[in-house]
Design a protein around this ligand. Structure first.
Ligand code: HEC
Length: 159
């Protein structure tokens, strides 16, 4: 067999993979905006529930080391999904979205907020694995600031 002939299947395979990626991407973009708002709010709810499951300072006092690690894992995984959860056209006015237009007016700053959360979630996660109470408390407070900082700018307040 020539070299080309042996390579051909691999090239075809790569093309098939590329068109699948394109298809998946289109499917996500074509998703119903209200469903996207709900999906995003579910992720945020999982953050809220995980944070509330811990004592205010993130210490293990009333919980166990396992609770802290579980909460940290939920937040870290959810934070990784955030960049894909704010497509344009899902702001205030769609379903019960509280996402302010500023998100799409200042996309770079918004992306930075997400990165800040991801970094804080990763730190909290390592602290949770390490098990040192002081470090857990400090990184939990930092995580809370990453949540609050973004809400302050980009989430409509409940009045
Ligand atoms: C990058 C910005 C950003 C970060 C960081 C962020 N949020 Fe949010 N959050 C939002 C926005 C925007 C909304 C409104 C979403 C909507 O209504 O579609 C929201 C909504 C929520 C809600 C309400 C969900 C609902 O059902 O209406 C909760 C609870 C929440 N966030 C908790 C958290 C917690 C806890 C953290 C930190 C671990 C966090 N968020 C980090 C932007 C952020």
């Amino acid at each position: 067999m020539t070299e080309w002939a042996t390579r051909k299947p691999a090239a075809l395979c790569a093309m098939a993979a590329a068109s699948m990626i394109l298809f998946v991407h289109t499917a996500v973009v074509g998703q119903d905006p209200e469903a996207q708002v709900e999906e995003r709010q579910d992720v945020m709810e999982s953050f809220g529930a995980s944070s509330k499951a811990l004592p205010a300072d993130g210490r293990q006092g009333s919980g166990t080391g396992g609770d802290v690690r579980r909460a940290a894992a939920v937040i870290r995984q959810g934070a990784e999904r955030l960049p894909g959860l704010f497509p344009e056209g899902t702001g205030v006015g769609v379903g019960d979205s509280k996402a302010l237009p500023a998100i799409w007016e200042q996309p770079e700053d918004f992306a930075e907020r997400i990165r800040t959360l991801q970094a804080a979630a990763a730190d909290f996660s390592s602290a949770a694995d390490g098990g040192d109470r002081e470090t857990i408390a400090r990184s939990f407070a930092e995580l809370g600031r990453a949540c609050g900082g973004c809400h302050e700018q980009y989430r409509e307040r409940d009045d």
